[in-house]
Design a protein around this ligand. Structure first.
Ligand code: IPM
Ligand code: MG
Length: 352
């Protein structure tokens, strides 16, 4: 097969982790006689520096033309402490999500048997965790009207959802639940927010179409607590944009490192794969960041975007072996030897 992949390395550790993912994908493609045509494109602070805009039109064209997009990370500290900055790298990410119509962000959380004790949570609480968040990604407070009034002394961010937005995300949730343990949790704040009441009402009305799925409705604050107490009790969780942003960072603690968790952002036509971690600027250029979240995102890409299951499995298997054999970066190495980002990539390629 010929695979056309847009490559958006982005900022911070993005380029380093993306390099490893490219090496691993090429090695797997080689094994199975696929050819990957990588098309690099600018995004984030790197794009602002080059062309003054974090998601340039040219990048958008490249993404649209590709079969899938592999994305590193976005963000640069020089913008974080400057609330007056007119363009910010993150705007590029939001624009990209919106323009590519990536309304569903799939964020799995699972544990690796060899890493259970890396999690700050107790083994008996997290063993066997295997859950998936479906976070709505192109609506809600992230995209509502925002601004200042009263000479800048009052600020507002509106949260808006339409029934159609909720329905298309929930549909993916029900469908995913059907392929797993048929348990779906709708996370909201329906005791306070009108948008949450629309979510709950919409999902309730869809229940009859999926009679086998057992649906629960839980408030986001309670989920935040139960997620680290009994993560095992969840399977598929659907939620709105901001709640999903917060809960998926929390969930990554279960797996032991943010550097491990992959994600997919999907819409009707476009597919994008990215690690859930950010650009980790303190580590940029040091060859110390964990490349596994990006590599596991590439595995999701093989499986979902290209329907190449064996290739995906080969990546996951070799990643598991690297963890078992302690070929890991400093976030996971404890008092053992820490391998460099590129050394982990090389080891994976050799073992493929
Ligand atoms: C994420 C990130 C982004 C988000 C930021 C970088 C805008 O935290 O993908 O979870 O809030 O969606
Ligand atoms: Mg986030």
């Amino acid at each position: 097969m010929k695979l056309n992949i847009a490559l958006l390395a982005g900022d911070g550790i993005g380029p380093e982790v993306i390099d490893q993912a490219v090496k691993v994908c090429d090695a797997v493609a080689n094994k199975f006689n696929h050819t990957i045509n990588w098309t690099p494109a600018l995004t984030g602070a790197a794009a602002i520096d080059a062309v003054g805009e974090p998601y340039p039109d040219e990048t958008h064209e490249i993404c649209i033309a590709a079969d899938a997009v592999l994305f590193g990370a976005i963000g640069h500290p020089r913008f974080d402490n400057d609330p007056t900055a007119k363009v910010r790298p993150e705007q590029g990410l939001l624009k990209m999500r919106k323009k590519l119509g990536l309304f569903a962000n799939v964020r799995p959380t699972f544990t690796f048997p060899s890493l259970i004790d890396n999690s700050p949570l107790k083994r008996e609480r997290i063993e066997g965790t295997d859950l998936v968040f479906l976070r709505e990604l192109t609506g809600g407070i992230y995209f509502g009207k925002k601004g200042r009034k009263d000479n800048g002394n009052t600020a507002y961010d509106n949260c808006v959802y339409t029934k159609e937005e909720v329905t298309r995300l929930a549909k993916k949730g029900f469908e995913l639940a059907m392929t797993r343990t048929k348990k779906l949790c709708c996370v909201d704040k329906a005791n306070v927010l009108e948008t949450s009441r629309l979510w709950r009402e919409t999902v309730q009305n869809m229940e009859k179409d999926y009679p086998e799925v057992e649906v629960s409705y839980e408030f986001v604050d309670a989920v935040a607590m139960r997620l680290v107490q009994w993560p095992n009790s969840y399977d598929v969780l659907i939620t709105e944009n901001l709640f999903g942003d917060i809960l998926t960072d929390e969930a990554s603690v279960i797996s032991g490192s943010m550097g491990l968790m992959p994600s997919a952002s999907v819409g009707k036509e476009n597919y994008l794969y990215e690690p859930i971690h950010g650009s980790y600027p303190q580590a940029a250029g040091k060859d110390i960041a964990n490349p596994l979240a990006t590599i596991l995102s590439a595995a999701m890409m093989f499986e979902d975007a290209f329907k190449l299951k064996e290739e995906a499995k080969m990546i996951r298997d070799v990643v598991n072996r690297s963890l078992e054999e302690g070929i890991v970066t400093e976030d996971l190495s404890g008092n053992q030897r820490a391998y460099k980002t590129s050394e982990v990539g090389d080891w994976l390629v050799e073992n493929i």
